[in-house]
Design a protein around this ligand. Structure first.
Ligand code: PLP
Length: 417
């Protein structure tokens, strides 16, 4: 089993999961026609409802992956499907040559809820990172000099697969075969001020960090460390960028993880849960930084598309107006409590349990691939985050009963292992 692939929610085909001739046929057609960048589980999913998914054989799965922290309202949420159907019939796409009302409304909701001045819309996490990198360099170069372009990122971080985002990602395995990378990016160990201070120079324009490293194994940035970074950035006019593609939009119980830290970044990136399954990304910036972009500086054909913005409006409405965040707070605390109890019960197998609310990691003393597969065979989807960590990122609507069901399957898979 390739641990790096499992960490991305992907896995080599295993014979433990039963395949019908129907499913086998789809798998071979997929392998034939789809480019070979993923090592899928041998399962073809067909429909979803609430916190459950069904494959084409009719097998049901409790979904604690949520499309890797994407399906914030679960599957087929009535408010989301209804709003999208209505918007589809009204206006699916128009260019950013023109305004559309869902985009303006979403920008207003996001800026009001976050305190950032303005938003740039795009389609994915990597694209939001690209926008942040470009905005930061534009700010720094236009305000100082052409050489002030250095960006400091964290070792073990993950920011996406496009060239800028990949270069920013602090894991060598994602760079292999793709040199030369985007220049002027250095990586330092997280929560290590000495290393950060040593890396900062007169050419530093931005520091990029995930409040909780997701793909990197659910590792939390220390709030005190973030506070010191904030003051360094303030003193030297370096821009602080939080990548909240995974932590944002309610996953940690607040709309944004930065709200827990006491530190406000200059730029924030969002995607994943924002559209509840509909692709959308966003990059927001403070009033100091946002005006560095002028017409023509950056663009995306689909960015701020009315359909995507409609989806995000529904997600935010459920989280902000319909007690969605309260559910994450309450059930996230319950999940964390249950995981702590599991660790106490299996001290030899479980090394650590960490995370916040609905973004939890369980670190094992062994590779987790066999446990992930056993869970799947028993009808629970979970995803790795590094070779030894299982990540639990359920839909934000998950209830105590879902958590009990997930933990019962996880424990059964654990005790078999
Ligand atoms: C923190 C973080 N940033 C960026 C990305 C890239 O997002 P996308 O896959 O939508 O490009 C991810 C994806 O896992 C992520 O977790």
């Amino acid at each position: 089993m390739n641990a790096a692939l499992v960490s991305e929610g992907l896995a080599v085909a295993q014979t433990t999961i039963l395949e019908s001739p129907l499913q086998t046929d789809w798998l071979s057609r997929g392998q034939q026609a789809v480019m070979n960048t993923y090592q899928h589980f041998p399962v073809v999913l067909e429909k979803g409802e609430g916190c459950y998914l069904w494959d084409i054989q009719g097998k049901r799965y409790l979904d604690f992956v949520s499309g890797i922290a994407v399906n914030s309202l679960g599957h087929a949420h009535p408010a989301l499907t209804e709003a999208l159907a209505t918007q589809c019939a009204q206006l699916m796409h128009c260019s950013n040559l023109y305004w559309n009302t869902p985009q303006i409304e979403l920008a207003e909701t996001l800026t009001e809820a976050s305190g950032f001045a303005q938003v740039f819309f795009c389609n994915s996490g990597a694209e939001s990172i690209e926008a942040a990198l470009k905005l930061a360099r534009k700010y720094s170069v236009s305000r100082y000099n052409e050489q002030r372009t250095q960006v400091i990122a964290m070792q073990n971080s993950f920011h996406g697969r496009t060239y800028g985002a990949m270069s920013l990602t602090g894991q060598g395995k994602y760079h292999a075969g793709y040199a030369p990378l985007v220049p002027d990016i250095v990586h330092v160990p997280i929560n290590n001020l000495e290393a950060l201070n040593a890396a900062i120079s007169e050419q530093t324009c931005a520091i990029v960090i995930e409040p909780i490293q997701g793909e990197g194994g659910i590792k939390l940035a220390n709030p005190d460390y973030l506070k010191v970074i904030r003051s360094i950035c303030d003193e030297q006019d370096i821009l602080l960028i939080f990548d909240e593609v995974q932590t944002g939009i309610g996953r940690t119980g607040k709309l944004f993880a930065f709200e827990w830290t006491g530190v406000r970044p200059d730029i924030i990136t969002l995607a994943k849960g924002l559209g509840g399954g509909f692709p959308i990304g966003a990059m927001m910036a403070s009033a100091k930084v946002a005006p560095s972009f002028n017409p023509g500086d950056h663009a995306s054909t689909f960015g701020g598309n009315p359909l995507a913005c409609t989806a995000a409006k529904v997600v935010l409405n459920v989280l902000l107006e319909q007690d969605g965040l309260l559910n994450v707070m309450e059930q996230g605390a319950y999940l964390s409590q249950k995981l702590t109890a599991l660790k106490v019960k299996y001290p030899e197998k479980i090394v650590d349990v960490r995370g916040m609310k609905f973004m939890q990691g369980i670190e094992f003393s062994q590779p987790v691939a066999p446990i992930v597969e056993k869970c799947m065979a028993q009808g629970l989807l979970v995803v790795g985050a590094g070779p030894n960590v299982i990540r639990l990122v359920p839909p934000l609507i998950a209830t105590e009963a879902h958590i009990d069901e997930a933990l019962a399957i996880l424990e059964s898979a654990l005790s078999e292992n």
